[in-house]
Design a protein around this ligand. Sequence first.
Ligand code: HEM
Length: 472
Amino acid sequence: MESEIIGLVVALLLWVAWAMITERRQRRLEELGRLPPGPRWWPVVGNIFQLGWSPHESFAKLAHKHGPIMTLWLGSMSTVVISSNEVARDMFKNHDVVLAGRKIYEAMKGDYGNEGSLITAQYGPHWRMLRRLCTSEFFVTSRLDATGGIRSRCIDRMVQFIEDAGGSGTGAVDVGRFFFLMAFNLIGNLMFSKDLLDIKSERGAKFFYHAGKVMELAGKPNVADFLPILRWLDPQRIRRKTQFHVKRAFEIAGGFIKERREMFTAGTDTTTSTLEWAMAELLHNPKTQHKVQAELRSVIGPNQKLGEKDIENLPYLKAVIKETLRLHPPLPFLVPHMAMNSCNMLGYYIPKETQILVNVWAIGRDPATWKDPLVFKPERFLESNMEVDYRGHHFEFIPFGSGRRMCPAIPLASRVLPVALGSLLHSFDWVLADGLKPEDMDMSERMGITLRKAVPLKAIPIPYKGHQTQVS
Ligand code: HEM
C-alpha cells in the first residue's frame, strides 16, 4: 500500500514536470506561428475535452471555424486534422512518404500488440516487404479469381443461417452478427482454407463477445495516449482489458490466427460495419430498397445465385455500396498517420511525430462537394458527371484512403461487399423488427475501432418466393 502511494506521488510529480516541459514546447511552436491554426488549448490536457464521444463530428464542427487543416493538442500529442478534399489531395500527392508513418495507440500495444503487423508497421523496408507479400499473396486478381468459390460458400452459408434463424419470416435477426461471422470465416478460409467459427455454436457467440469488446476498447479515448507519462499506469486499464479480450478471442478461434491477426482486425469490422449500415439505410429508405431489389431480381433469376461475375450488371447495387461508404466510412479518420519527419504543408509547419487524421467522414458530407449531403441517394453515383470511385484518386471520396498506405484489400472488398449485400436482398424481403417504422429508426453512430451503428440492426428476413439457397 505504502509503495503504491509513493508510486502515485512520483507519477504525479513526473506528470507535472512533463506538463511544464510540453506546455513550453507547445507555446514555443505556437510562437513560431507556423502551425496550422486551431482552437485554444488548456495546459496539460490540451483540447481533450473537445473530443466528445464522436470525435469525427466534433472535429468537423471545429473545422468550420478553424479551417480544413487544423492543429489540436490531445494532451501533449500534437494532431493535425484534415477536413477537405483539397487538403487531402495535397497530403497524398505532395507529402505521401513523409506522412506515411503510423501513430500507435496504447490499446494496440502488449503481448498481442502491433509488432510485425502491416497496419501498424512504420513505413520502411519491413512494411514494404509485408505489403508486397500481402498484395501478391492475397489481393492479386489471379488469386482472387481462384478463391471465388470459397467466398461464394461463406456467403451462401450466411444466407442459410439467416433463413434458419429467421424462422421463415417470423423472427428478427441481428444482421451485423451474421455479417461479422461471415467476414471472419471468409478471411479465415482465404488464409487457412477452413471455417474458424461455427456461426451457431456457443464458441461463436463467445468469440463475437470478446471481439466486440476489443473493437469497443480500441476506440475509447485513452488518457495514456495523450499524456505519455501515464502510460505505465494504464489508468483506465484499457491496455490490460484489451489484451485480456484479445487473448480470449485468440484462444477460441485458434492460436494460429495470431500470425495473421492484422488481416482479421482490418477486414472483419470494416466489412461488417459497411454491410450493416447499407442494410440500415435501405430499411430506412424503403423505396431505395425496392429499387435495388428490382434491379437484382431482373438480372438474377429467382432460383439463381448472385455471383461475382454479375456485379458489373448491377450498377445500382454498386452505387448503394458507394453511398454507404460516403456517409458511413468505417474508418472515419483512416488509420491514424504520423509525420516521420517535420515538413511544410500548404505553408504550415508540421512537426515530426505529429499525428495526422484525415476526416473522411467530414469530407464525404461536405456540402461544397455533395448536393444534399446527408440524404442517402445512390443515384448521385450514376449521374454522368459523378463518375467517382473509391480507388484513391477522387479525394472527395476516399473511404479506403489514398497513396502508399491505402487499403490493399480494395479488390477483395469490391467483390465481397456487393455480393454479400446483394445475396441478402435477393434472397429475402426485409422488414424492421417490433413494428418499428423506418422514420423512427435510430441511426446514431458509435465509435469503436470502426464507426458502427449504435443500436444493432434487428430485422426480419422473409424468404423471397421461389428462391432457394443451396449450401455446398
Ligand atoms: C469495407 C471494407 C474496408 C474499408 C472501408 C477499408 C478501409 C481501410 C482504410 C481507410 C485503411 C487505412 C488507409 C490509410 O491509413 O491511409 C485500410 C488499411 C488496411 N486495410 Fe482495409 N478496409 C476494408 C477492408 C479490408 C479487408 C477486407 C482487409 C483484409 C482482409 C483489409 C486490410 C487492410 C490492411 C492490411 C491495411 C493496412 C495497410 C497499410 O497500413 O499499409 N481491409 N483499410
